[in-house]
Design a protein around this ligand. Structure first.
Ligand SMILES: NC(=O)c1ccc[n+]([C@@H]2O[C@H](COP(=O)([O-])OP(=O)(O)OC[C@H]3O[C@@H](n4cnc5c(N)ncnc54)[C@H](O)[C@@H]3O)[C@@H](O)[C@H]2O)c1
Length: 307
């Protein structure tokens, strides 16, 4: 397989395009938005220097072609990465058209953050090759890709998608069952909900709540998830040691966690507090600094441990 099609070239599609090109694949990109081709080229130029060193060292760059014609863009590709609008009816219709425009061997992966594969594949003549390939932003840097099948997805398509993503240096994680929001966004939502609860109750400022993550659990979370973290908290007795010591505290905390709903008045209060806290930091500057540091953190994670 030499050619990949990227459908929808916004934030996520542009980043995927950059990664595919850097691994030597030819990419046909398609979008319906005026100016999309120009924006895509600009985004790729911006992303390219932030690719992992290991990828840049390959000194590869496939050919990029842009087409506004979906059928033509899909023809001849072995893998389609769909990243268009996150709306159920639009996704179902787009998947139906991609399915009709491709050979039944072609894998069709969606970046959807929350729409189920079962829904997306519902109007396809060959639904067995439709999978979820949900990245974490920006996909050209962050390794995670969440893989899931719908009710009609075949194991072969999941295995092929997994192998393809792994060949790009991604870390695929398989969902055995579909669940709204997949895994990582559900975990993020749990933390975000509690952050908002504490902000809205005046416990601390937005900046300090952010700092309580970035200067505390955040750096450790780059190395280990919640289960390994708490296994270590249990000392020599591991996970059971954690329960022995902390089960009563966890029970009390779980019962005490906030449960706000994102209504307009709450949105307004949070927006005002966050924008006020970070008024001196432009979004483009923060993204540039984030990506420059993220690639260093990811490189360190791969380096051998020395005493
Ligand atoms: N933004 C994130 O952090 C993030 C992370 C992971 C996954 N996702 C998912 O990725 C997908 C894209 O999100 P995004 O943030 O890049 O959105 P975006 O709005 O930046 O980009 C979407 C692009 O799709 C194009 N589009 C819409 N309908 C189309 C069609 N019929 N054919 C071709 N192009 C079409 C739009 O013109 C736009 O350029 C969504 O499904 C979203 O849930 C987003």
């Amino acid at each position: 397989m030499r050619q990949v099609t990227v459908v929808g070239t916004g934030i996520i599609g542009a980043s995927w395009t950059c990664l595919f090109l850097a691994h030597g694949f030819d990419v046909v990109a398609t979008d319906i938005r005026d100016g999309a081709e120009h924006d895509l080229n600009t985004a790729i130029d911006r992303f390219w220097p932030t690719l992992p060193d290991t990828v840049l060292a390959k000194k590869q760059r496939g050919n990029l072609r842009f087409s506004t014609d979906l059928d033509e863009a899909c023809a001849g590709s072995g893998f389609i990465q769909e990243n268009a609008i996150e709306r159920l009816d639009a996704k179902i219709e787009l998947m139906r058209r991609i399915d009709a425009a491709t050979s039944k061997e072609t894998i069709i992966a969606s970046s959807s953050s929350a729409i189920s594969v079962t829904d997306m594949q519902s109007a396809c003549a060959h639904p067995e090759r439709v999978v979820l390939g949900h990245p974490f932003n920006p996909p050209h840097l962050v390794p995670l890709v969440e893989l899931a099948g719908g009710k009609k997805t075949g194991q072969r398509a999941l295995e092929q998608a997994e192998a393809f993503y792994a060949s790009l240096g991604k870390t695929p994680v398989r969902l055995e069952k579909e669940i709204y929001g997949h895994i990582a966004n559900r975990l993020q939502a749990a933390i975000f909900r509690e952050a908002i609860h504490m902000l809205d109750h005046g416990i601390a400022s937005a900046e300090d709540i952010d700092r309580a993550v970035t200067e505390g659990p955040g750096p450790r979370w780059a190395l280990m998830g919640p289960f390994m973290t708490y296994r270590l908290a249990g000392g020599d007795k591991g996970m059971q040691g954690f329960w022995d010591m902390f089960a009563p505290m966890q029970e009390k905390l779980w019962a005490d966690l906030g449960n706000p709903t994102p209504q307009k008045d709450l949105q307004d209060r949070v927006t005002a507090a966050v924008e006020d806290s970070y008024a001196d930091k432009s979004i483009s500057t923060v993204i540039r600094e984030r990506d420059a540091r993220l690639r260093k953190i990811l490189a360190v994670k791969k380096s051998p441990v020395s005493d």
